[in-house]
Design a protein around this ligand. Structure first.
Ligand SMILES: [Ca+2]
Length: 365
């Protein structure tokens, strides 16, 4: 009986472990969400979503980029978001073989444009709307050692060109740093947009224990934009995986949040002109905190640039077991084979056309 009770407790705990995980606050809107199974009945169609570039869909995750150099991929929702306030819960995983060098990170988008690959974390520059960046390779020396990511938000009216050298620090409306890479635990990001405030939180322990990354007021985003997630690798690489995404109704403000919002609103109105009315249905994105003077932060990091060979060597020295890039291996094999074939043909040609003819002439008395 006791054994049975223990088994029941263990079973319940196991089930709770499987089911546990940060649940969205409100009703999930299926047409703006991603959940398993991703593909519709054995087809390559993911309902309501497009996947572009190097993005591949497997049974358990959508890999935006593999742990290989110079890749970029994205997923884009096919339907515009009609609601004014929302919460997005993104379950993701950033992982790879690199011990000290890895990158570049991923971005969550709420933009007017969709489905265009580009050089800002795999997506187009000069976007119109909101970009939230999880930057795992800081071009400035912003990160503490040991897998930190630099998380920031930029509200763009289509005119700002993302400044990679500065990690967008003088363009951002808010930011934070935290460890998100190669974690044992599940990693979740939550973005809450309500009453023109933007709150970004992270959960890296699987319980309902969310840490606030930033909370900022006076962010005005038009309705009807598209949701997307993109990622890129360059000289450095990582796997960037999306496991699920849920768009739902946002939770109500806590009293503390309401007070914080009011303080930020007062402060913004002292320094920034032309802030739209709270209930305004804006047609252009606007963020008050972007208007404040922002300095370029910190010393610039030396640019990292590797050839494929150097990249492999560094990883090998770091103790990584590289599976090898089969395309590269294949290429070399074909090159050697091609040289052998061309050499062989040239040899035969020389023998038959030159040597034999010369001999024939020589002996043609
Ligand atoms: Ca960066």
């Amino acid at each position: 009986m006791r054994v049975l009770a223990v088994l029941v407790v263990m079973g319940t705990a196991l089930l709770a472990g499987v089911l546990a995980g940060p649940e969205p606050s409100g009703t999930v809107r299926r047409q703006h969400s991603i959940m398993k199974p991703y593909l519709m009945g054995g087809s390559m169609v993911m309902p309501y979503w497009d996947f572009i570039g190097n993005a591949v869909v497997s049974d358990d995750f959508i890999r935006l980029t593999p742990d290989r150099q110079s890749k970029r991929g994205a997923i884009w929702n096919t339907r515009p978001i009609g609601v004014k306030e929302w919460e997005i819960t993104l379950h993701f995983k950033i992982h790879g073989q690199g011990k000290a060098l890895y990158g570049d990170g991923f971005a969550l988008w709420y933009t007017q444009q969709r489905n265009t690959l580009g050089n800002v974390f795999g997506s187009r520059d000069r976007w119109t709307g909101l970009g939230i960046f999880v930057d795992t390779y800081s071009n400035l020396e912003l990160q503490r050692s040991g897998g930190g990511a630099y998380v920031s938000a930029i509200v763009n009216d289509g005119k700002i060109e993302y400044d990679h050298d500065q990690d967008g620090t003088h363009q951002e409306i808010a930011s934070c740093q935290l460890n998100l890479r190669n974690l044992e635990q599940e990693t979740y990001m939550r973005v809450i947009y309500r009453k023109n405030t933007l709150k970004v939180l992270f959960n890296t322990n699987g319980n309902d224990d969310w840490r606030t990354c930033f909370f900022v007021a006076d962010v005005f985003l038009p309705r009807g934009y598209f949701l997307g997630v993109s990622a890129a690798t360059g000289d450095l690489a990582d796997n960037h995986d999306v496991i699920s995404l849920a768009l739902s109704d946002p939770p109500a403000f806590t009293r503390e949040e309401r007070e914080q919002m009011q303080q930020m609103q007062e402060q913004d109105r002292k320094t920034v002109k032309d802030i739209p009315d709270a209930d305004a249905d804006v047609t252009k994105p606007f963020a008050a905190s972007k208007q404040a003077p922002r300095e370029h932060v910190g010393p610039k990091r030396k640019k990292v640039s590797f050839s494929k060979t150097a990249f492999k060597k560094i990883r090998h020295q770091a103790g990584d077991v590289d599976q090898g890039d089969s395309a590269m291996g294949g290429w070399w094999m074909y090159a050697v084979l091609a040289i052998m074939v061309v050499g062989g043909v040239a040899g035969i040609y020389y023998k038959t056309q030159v040597v034999d003819k010369r001999n024939a002439q020589r002996f043609a008395f």
